[in-house]
Design a binder for this molecule. Structure first.
Ligand code: SF4
Length: 394
């Protein structure tokens, strides 16, 4: 099995990583790695600290102070006010110049919406997170799993349409393999939900012994234990969202015009020679980007593939290179859609961003934005006032 790579393209829109990771902003935070909490999990695509942290170290506080000073300086010098959290003239989608949202970003939002916004405002901090040892190990484990069943074939790409075409060709290559009962890895999915284009990459798709189509999401962990319930909630949302997107594709809900209009891609763009040659090798006949999109959408919706039957999360220990356990995630479509609607209402400009609830204030103690977070400051001011008010009535 082959896997074409379009990684030469600087802005890989289909990768399940938010665009911010690709911004080349130098980091002055040399000591971030050493002050991050120990409970770390990675899916090889994005690092998320989802476990309840231990108490903050003084080094941690030190780095946060540096971040606070840096934030003030950056705001002054670069006029970051344009991207202020409370600027209402444009929606966050427009302000952050996003044509789509990734499943990764929406999962970060599930943990703390305010943090996902700061990740975009401070991309160098996010980039630093991506360089952490546990994230790198997680990425290596994912890559070695992928290479177990497929090769990487470099394809020369010249345009944005070429880059997206390679991902569509990957899907076209994997669909018949999956129909034949083989397992496939790194399967791209996309769809429009609540008017927003969403993209993701499913780790693994396979049939189990009962003949059910299963999503298997690999999570590598530094700790040899299952995750906290807070993290579990995020992981279940992630696989649930993959199911929504995959099912929408096989049901034929996705239209080609959605791809062109949301992603601002040219339907008539002639595919580059490298992409056309690769398509030919796979038995796909397409000269323009539109022809390829049409082929993909017809192939997936007319295939024998069913909707996803089972959502599974596989936890794997980085240190021992062995399994921790597998969790079957529940799927309640109405609930997932309701959650998604709530998250998207921020991106489409219907409301201001929110931080964590008071019951989850422990998340702030391991958050790099603790010192500058407006939500946290306001929340503590309100709780201090409430405490003062209560004590004055004693
Ligand atoms: S400090 Fe708390 S509320 Fe603010 S971004 Fe971090 S986790 Fe969210």
């Amino acid at each position: 099995m082959m896997d074409a790579s379009g990684s030469q393209h600087p802005l890989d829109d289909w990768d399940d990583i938010s665009d911010s990771e690709f911004l080349n902003i130098p980091s002055e935070e040399e000591s971030i790695e050493s002050q991050l909490p120990l409970n770390i999990e990675t899916d090889g695509k994005h690092p998320v600290n989802f476990d309840k942290p231990s108490a903050s170290s003084s080094l941690h506080n030190c780095s946060k102070k540096a971040l606070k000073q840096e934030a003030v300086k950056t705001d002054d010098v670069k006029g970051l006010k344009r991207k202020s959290l409370h600027e209402n003239s444009f929606s966050p989608m427009q302000r952050f110049r996003k044509r789509h949202l990734s499943v990764t970003l929406l999962c970060e939002q599930t943990w703390c919406e305010m943090k996902s916004v700061y990740n975009l405002l401070k991309p160098h901090i996010k980039r630093k997170e991506m360089q952490r040892t546990e994230v790198r190990i997680g990425q290596e484990i994912h890559l070695s799993r992928e290479l177990e069943i497929q090769d990487v074939v470099p394809v020369d790409i010249r345009t944005r349409e070429d880059g997206e075409a390679v991902k569509l060709l990957n899907m076209l290559h994997m669909i018949p393999l999956l129909e034949a009962g083989q397992r496939v890895r790194e399967f791209p999915v996309f769809g429009v939900q609540e008017g927003v284009f969403i993209m993701g990459v499913i780790d693994e798709l396979m049939y189990n012994q009962k003949g059910e189509l299963v999503i298997n999401e690999l999570k590598t962990r530094r700790q040899n234990s299952l995750p906290s319930s807070a993290q579990d909630k995020v992981n279940c949302f992630q696989v649930g969202l993959y199911k929504l997107l995959f099912d929408g594709l096989v049901r034929g809900e996705m239209k080609k015009d959605h791809v062109f209009s949301h992603l601002k891609l040219h339907s008539a763009q002639i595919l580059g020679a490298g992409v056309q040659a690769h398509a030919k090798n796979l038995g796909v006949h397409a000269t323009t980007f539109e022809e390829l999109v049409e082929t993909l959408l017809i192939t997936v919706s007319c295939s024998d593939l069913p909707c996803i039957d089972l959502l599974q999360i596989e936890y794997f220990h980085q240190g021992s290179n062995g399994p921790i356990g597998t969790r079957v995630a529940p799927f309640d479509e109405a609930q997932i859609r309701g959650e998604l609607q709530g998250y998207l209402s921020y991106w489409t400009g219907q409301r201001e961003p929110k931080g964590v609830d008071i019951e989850e204030a422990w998340k702030c103690r391991s958050c790099l934005y603790e010192e500058i977070c407006e939500w946290r400051k306001n929340r503590f001011t309100v709780s201090d006032q409430q405490a003062a008010h209560s004590s004055s009535h004693l």
